[in-house]
Design a protein around this ligand. Structure first.
Ligand SMILES: [Zn+2]
Length: 341
């Protein structure tokens, strides 16, 4: 039942008599490495791709995929499920590591050069999954802060919004090129990353599963329509720390720390911030770099140093803010976007 499709990835095509282990943790423990599951649909001529847990500390995608495998849900068309960061996900104490020490962030590896292990995993996954010519592509994630479920995609065309509406009511339009899984399919078909909510929140797991069931049952992608209003955010700017800058989250400035952010900065996620909003305190040289999707540096357009207090300079909507120092340092502090009128 297990085939190695490449030196880095296993392929499992559960047969009619194959039971999938009902316990999600035992299921994860039974995988050898990154694994693709191929489930036959009613229409064998078409295919969809769903990825889950490309970050090892984001369980919702894996749990949703596991549950539809256990339930033997027969999809409308063939579905190829990709479970990416299997080793990181099961490293003790479980779902705790975005990636293993010494490894790269897998969801930044889906573009050349593919010259290390994570690059090879990404290259081999793309070779297998692009070859099936999927008509829809979804990559399921969690994040660490307070966020509603939302999608990230490169177009606000109806099919993208309709695909999003299976999971969420908020869409972030991003032309950013980070080397993500969903970016690597955007030339083929509607392809979105879904941020299902906070890792470990049962509501996030439920969002992932409910949306996945809707995606699998959907007969015709042409029928993807948006019936309820959807919030659309545009022009995301990635706000990061300069290399080597120290960070803390606290209600008052932490001496010796270059940037102290207020401890509930993630409460502002998807809220419109007025100019002058205080976000934290600065000590020493300017700590921020803020890059938009065209590669322009915009930190001083968005923020100002008001006598040691970090304030917003313009109106924007922060997204994906985390209060996890490791996540904020490894990835980014948050994104600053604008609401489409
Ligand atoms: Zn993620």
């Amino acid at each position: 039942m297990v085939d190695a499709v490449s030196p880095t990835i296993d392929l499992i095509a559960p047969g009619i008599d194959d039971d999938v282990c009902a316990d999600p943790d035992a299921f994860l423990a039974g995988l050898r490495r990154p694994t693709i599951f191929h489930v036959r649909g009613r229409d064998r001529a078409r295919a969809r791709v769903v990825a889950g847990t490309l970050h090892g500390n984001e369980p919702s995608g894996l749990r949703a995929i596991h549950r539809v495998l256990v339930d033997r849900l027969e999809p409308a068309v063939d579905v190829w499920f990709f479970l990416g960061a299997v080793e990181a996900a099961r490293a003790a104490p479980g779902f705790a590591h975005r990636m293993l020490p010494g490894r790269r962030d897998l969801n930044r590896c889906f573009r050349p050069p593919f010259d290390d292990l994570d690059g090879a995993i990404a290259r081999d996954a793309l070779a297998q999954l692009r070859a099936v010519q999927p008509e829809l592509i979804v990559d399921l994630h969690n994040n660490t802060g307070h966020n509603p479920a939302y999608a990230v995609g490169p177009s606000t065309d109806g099919a993208y919004l309709g695909l999003t509406a299976l999971f969420a009511r908020t869409f972030v339009h991003s032309g950013m090129s980070l080397g993500t899984f969903s970016e690597a399919f955007a030339d083929l078909a509607p392809s979105v990353a879904i941020e299902c909510g906070r890792a470990g929140d049962p509501g996030a797991d439920a969002t992932a599963h409910a949306g996945l069931v809707r995606l699998l049952r959907l007969e015709d992608p042409e029928a993807l329509v948006v019936t309820d209003p959807m919030a659309i955010l545009v022009d995301p700017v990635r706000v990061m720390l300069r290399p080597g800058v120290t960070l803390a989250f606290a209600a008052r400035p932490v001496p010796g720390v270059a940037l102290t952010l207020v401890p509930d900065v993630d409460r502002h996620n998807f809220q419109t911030l007025a100019p002058g909003t205080a976000l934290g305190w600065l000590e020493g040289p300017w700590p921020l770099v803020a890059m938009d999707e065209h590669g322009r540096e915009r930190a001083h357009e968005l923020f100002l140093d008001d006598g040691g207090t970090l304030r917003t300079r313009t109106t924007f909507v922060p997204m994906m803010a985390t209060t996890d120092v490791a996540a904020a340092t490894q990835d980014c502090l948050f994104y600053a976007a604008s609401r489409q009128q």
